[in-house]
Design a protein around this ligand. Structure first.
Ligand SMILES: Cc1cc2nc3c(=O)[nH]c(=O)nc-3n(C[C@H](O)[C@H](O)[C@H](O)COP(=O)(O)O)c2cc1C
Length: 185
């Protein structure tokens, strides 16, 4: 079983990372973490190469990530909430998913044939709604053919209580791993 985790946090020992660590410590199989702030992937520049051609015109770290997206069984979007959204860096990198949409819409090709399970991990400094980043994360997961999505794991109020000390969020991260592990049980 292969799991892809897309981390939208710039903080290497922050709240998102701490929940990812809990999650992977309970996860079977192999996994790959993409740190969106520190990876070599540029944004989609709407060059429209993918309207007529397979793949993306820019040959950066996306090529390797694309291979993993093709073969993985599960995808997790994990991000702090910035301005009631996923972080800009995560959205910038994931804008390259547009090539899959363009393949379907313009070229009538399904690039990601394998159906996947999905997960969403969010952290926020206050107790505002997580509705917008949840919907955005679901949209990104849909682009990767991950539509069997587990309950959102969310730690609010991290300004007061770190995510790692939020029992409900830590429990949720473990349950998300169990949900993915069911396939191998
Ligand atoms: C630019 C910026 C915008 C933020 N916007 C929000 C927000 O809209 N809602 C919220 O609950 N927290 C917001 N926060 C707080 C972070 O989500 C919070 O500190 C989070 O725990 C950081 O996660 P990390 O340690 O994984 O990076 C914001 C933080 C920054 C730096």
């Amino acid at each position: 079983m292969k799991t892809l985790i897309i981390n939208g946090s710039p903080r290497k020992n922050g709240d998102t990372t701490s929940l990812i660590e809990v999650f992977v410590n309970h996860l079977d199989g192999e996994y790959k973490i993409i740190d969106t702030y520190y990876c070599n992937i540029g944004p989609c520049i709407d060059c429209r190469y993918c309207w007529k051609n397979e793949g993306c015109s820019s040959k950066d770290g996306w090529t390797e990530l694309h291979t993993y997206i093709l073969e993985c069984d599960n995808v997790v979007i994990a991000s702090p909430i910035y301005f009631s959204e996923l972080t800009g860096e995560l959205l910038s990198k994931m804008s390259k998913l547009q090539a899959y949409w363009a393949a379907r819409f313009y070229r009538k090709e399904e690039i990601i044939k394998k159906k996947k399970k999905g997960g969403i991990i969010l952290v926020g400094g206050n107790d505002g709604s997580n509705e917008i980043p949840t919907e955005t994360a679901k949209c990104l997961l849909d682009h990767m053919n991950a539509n069997d999505i587990f309950d959102v794991v969310c730690s609010h109020n991290t300004d007061v209580v770190a995510a790692i000390d939020d029992e409900e969020a830590v429990g949720g991260a473990k349950k998300l791993a169990d949900f993915f592990n069911e396939v191998t049980a």
